[in-house]
Ligand binder design. Structure first.
Ligand SMILES: [Zn+2]
Length: 65
């Protein structure tokens, strides 16, 4: 039996090499700084909120062409 954990999702916005997102639990705005272009263009990533420490799936779909 497989248990796949699903975290709440937040829509991320790319700005330069950082991703902006708002935590769906505590509404804190956070940024993710990407260390490599390959990370930067992933469609989703799991991060922990600094404020409330829940895990969030941040979606950053596409590259905007
Ligand atoms: Zn939070």
């Amino acid at each position: 039996m497989k248990t796949l954990k699903v975290y709440p999702e937040a829509e991320g916005t790319r700005t330069g090499y950082t991703i902006l997102y708002t935590c769906p639990s505590c509404m804190t705005k956070s940024t993710i700084v990407n260390s490599s272009p390959r990370d930067h263009f992933k469609n989703a990533r799991i991060v922990s909120c600094r404020h409330c420490r829940i895990r969030v799936t941040v979606l950053t779909p596409g590259r905007g062409t």
